[in-house]
Ligand binder design. Structure first.
Ligand code: C2E
Ligand code: MG
Ligand code: MG
Length: 743
């Protein structure tokens, strides 16, 4: 038996844990903790002697000692997991022991600890009523102390303590399961349910959420195994088809586990398997790092049965919805009905257009404002579209996420275009959602029947292709199907996935192009420009890949990185160069329209340890004059921390001077096209001059872009332009080189 140590501190006797390695704290192998409460030291000694070297069910015994009811109570309150109390009835008062019993079961609420009363005189038994009411296990005469009977009694008590504890844990576990299942049952989509199951299991086991939920179908070719939900080390594969997972080990791992098609609990992992009414199969794989107790394993079994029910419900629910041909969220017809409508119109011999409408930048709204807000936008947009279509004797369905399908009467492309224009107009006014005005727009792609296809699938595919094309033109565009569109799209898709990889692999670089004072030739700072290096030592121009990044939403992450890098370099150069250089960085309109963009940017810059007045944010002129109210507020936010704002490509947008004057802008960057032309003809010269003048009239600094020749620089200086940027001075160069130039 591990020696029990007594430490007197105030009145309470604490027993220190024996920390020797031989008493390793394997779960379930902790010693039994038994508390002796008795005012007679002899009793303590005798008990210790009687139990020396004793084991109960292969577990050692650890004694805790208290010499009064008060001490005993303190120990019970402070020490966890005491299995049994050997309690003297008569101490400082004749019923001190019984009083403690009442407190243990009453105020302390400890229903688990087993209590053995010990009486001084033979025949002095406590009343039966006490024994029953307080769940006292036994009473023994003190003379029986040295007797083997003590060990027998303790053994019985410890065992029943252990049982009670298990029941209690089980009860708690069950109520957690009930709670978890109740939460899950409310989920009606498989995907959300899957994510919920992962979270619930891990919180049930009290381990960090780590695992994956896979959905597949046995024996169905072309039905890929898909990761419905994922967390922890699986995070990156969430939403993917398993066959597309790049890491072989993980791919094979999930495949193998799925192929087993059974529940499993082994070292550090648990797998739950369910087959759904649709024939789909679900595997929930959870990793828990520590071994599970028997109890936890049993709980998992119960939970597994419960989630199977929840999964089946969700699956059935989805099927019923499909059967009803209606989209659950918007209550519009769904894809299935859409196809049928096309078939119906073909059969009726009508001429019509199939159009696909995709909400611009919906994913950014959705992730920025939350899914429930995103849902409201979809519902409202669906309503507006439906009304517009109805007025044209047309038809609207929700196809998937933020895409709607339209069928509109149109005999030719001109009629189709007119119809699409009406759709754009309908969505032009802001959507009113929970008291907010949301400016939305859609991109539209159209295909004509019979010109572009004669089946519902072909018409849809081609309209969708046209849509992707329209999207490349920026938001709010529309396009009709034309031959050869497929090619363009494949290229673009390839670009997106390559860019994704390059960015993830940290291959993008930030270069800096100096800006100079035209009168003195001094460097004042520079503009950060993205570079995507290619294997042959060149690079892909941002003009080629920014659009792809915007399309795919990757621009947000890339933009964050650009800002981070810019701040990092600015910090470095501010240290070495007095005052620090001024650094400009570009912001895509897509970033700008992301709700909360300004707020986040301001927060990041404030925390970046740089002087914000050395940062200049560049936005293109055309951005400024869309969503103008939103823009003005955001610009003021930037200003509030002292950051500068520049209008890029000035002269190419459609700004009204009165607005320009009102907006908080520091710098106008005259577009290259004016600079190129200015030395060619007196007419162009006077245009450039006018642009510079306007800038000064509005009280802004003016930077000329694309200065390539000495003649241009001279000319610009003559018309009063203070700053220039262009190949004449330097192209964009790597940061190290830029730093040298600054010096
Ligand atoms: P921008 O902001 O107007 O940048 C100026 C572009 O003009 C740069 O092209 C620069 O290399 C080029 N340039 C500078 N001097 C001369 C010159 O003397 N002659 C000629 N012909 N060109 C000159 P770059 O680096 O290819 O960038 C193109 C555009 O890509 C940028 O136009 C900007 O709109 C966008 N971009 C670049 N970096 C970023 C970024 O980090 N984020 C975002 N959102 N857009 C970026
Ligand atoms: Mg720029
Ligand atoms: Mg520019």
């Amino acid at each position: 038996m591990g020696e029990d140590l007594l430490v007197h501190r105030n009145d309470v006797i604490l027993v220190e844990e024996d920390t020797s390695p031989s008493q390793a704290t394997l779960p379930g192998m902790e010693p039994w903790r038994i508390l002796i409460v008795d005012d007679d030291d002899e009793v303590h000694k005798a008990t210790r002697f009687a139990l020396k070297g004793a084991n109960i069910d292969d577990r050692q015994i650890q004694l805790l000692h208290a010499y009064s009811a008060t001490e005993g109570e303190a120990i019970l309150r402070n020490q966890p997991d005491i299995a049994c109390v050997l309690l003297d009835v008569v101490m400082d008062t004749p019923d001190a022991g019984l009083g403690l019993v009442a407190r243990i079961r009453g105020p302390m609420g400890n229903r688990l600890v087993r209590i053995i009363l010990r009486t001084g005189q033979p025949g002095q038994a406590p009343e039966l009523e006490v024994v029953q009411r307080y769940d006292v296990n036994d009473y023994k005469h003190k003379a029986e102390l040295s007797n083997i009977c003590l060990l027998t009694t303790l053994t019985a008590s410890c065992r029943s303590y252990e049982q009670l504890k298990a029941i209690e844990a089980h009860r708690r576990g069950l109520s957690m399961i009930v709670e978890a299942t109740r939460n899950l049952m409310q989920e009606t989509g498989l995907q959300r349910l899957a994510a919920g199951v992962l979270t619930q299991i891990c919180s049930l086991l009290d381990v960090p959420t780590e695992g994956a939920v896979c959905l597949g179908q046995s024996g169905v070719a072309g039905q890929p195994l898909k990761v419905l939900a994922a967390a922890g080390r699986f995070d990156s594969v969430g939403g993917r088809a398993v066959e597309d997972i790049p890491e072989t080990a993980m791919r094979e791992f999930l495949r193998t586990r799925f192929a087993e098609r059974t529940d499993h609990s082994r070292q550090g992992t648990a797998d739950l398997y369910a087959k759904l009414p649709s024939g789909d199969e679900v595997l929930v794989h959870v990793e828990h790092a520590r071994p599970l107790s028997d109890l936890e394993r049993r709980l998992l079994e119960v939970f597994s049965a419960n989630i199977t029910v929840a999964l089946r419900n969700a699956d059935l629910f989805e099927q019923v919805q499909d059967l009803a041909f209606r989209d659950r969220l918007t209550r519009l017809p769904n894809r299935l009905s859409f196809d049928q409508e096309i078939v119906r119109r073909i059969a009726a011999g009508q001429q019509f257009m199939v159009a696909v409408a995709d909400m611009d930048h919906f994913h950014t709204v959705n992730s920025g404002l939350g899914h429930s807000f995103g849902d409201k936008i979809l519902i409202e947009a669906g309503r507006v579209l439906a009304r517009a279509a109805r007025n044209m004797d047309g038809y609207v369905a929700r196809l998937y996420s933020d895409a709607f399908g339209l069928v509109l009467p149109a005999a030719d492309e001109a009629a189709g275009e007119a119809a699409l224009a009406k759709i754009h107009t309908a969505l032009h006014g802001p959507l009113k959602i929970s008291g907010h005005k949301i400016y939305s727009s859609v991109s539209l792609g159209g295909a004509l029947y019979p010109r572009d296809g004669d089946t519902e699938q072909l018409l849809f595919r081609r309209a969708d292709m046209a849509l992707r094309n329209a999207k490349t033109e920026g938001r709010g565009g529309s396009a009709f199907y034309a031959k050869g569109m497929g090619e363009l799209q494949r290229e673009r898709l390839a670009m997106v996935s390559q860019l994704n990889e390059a960015f993830a692999a940290g291959q993008l670089r930030l270069y800096f192009q100096p800006q100079v004072r035209l009168d003195s030739g001094r460097y004042i700072g520079g503009e950060a420009l993205l570079r995507w290096p290619t294997n042959d030592g060149g690079f892909i121009s941002p003009t080629e890949f920014i659009a792809a990044a915007e399309d795919s939403g990757l621009i947000h992450d890339i933009g964050d990185w650009v800002l981070e890098e810019t701040c990092r370099w600015l910090r470095r150069w501010s240290d070495s160069c007095r005052g620090g250089p001024r650094l400009a960085f570009n912001i895509s309109p897509v970033q700008f329209r992301h709700p909360g963009f300004a707020e986040r940017l301001v927060k990041r810059i404030s925390g970046a340890g740089v002087d914000p007045s050395l940062l200049e944010l560049e936005i293109t002129e055309s951005t400024l004059f869309h969503d103008s109210d939103l823009i003005a507020t955001q610009l003021r936010d930037f200003r509030s921390i002292g950051m500068r704002v520049a209008v890029d490509d000035f002269g190419t947008g459609y700004s009204s001077l009165s607005r320009l004057k009102m907006l908080p802008i520091d710098t106008l960057k005259i577009d290259r096209s004016f600079v190129v032309d200015m030395t060619e003809s007196p007419e162009n010269h006077s245009i450039a001059e006018a642009v510079v003048r306007i800038g000064h009239l509005l009280g802004k600094e003016v930077v000329a872009e694309g200065v390539e020749t000495v003649a241009q620089a001279e000319c610009l200086r003559a018309i009063g332009c203070e700053f220039g940027q262009g190949f004449l001075f330097s192209p964009a160069v790597p940061p190290e080189k830029f730093a040298e130039m600054l010096e």
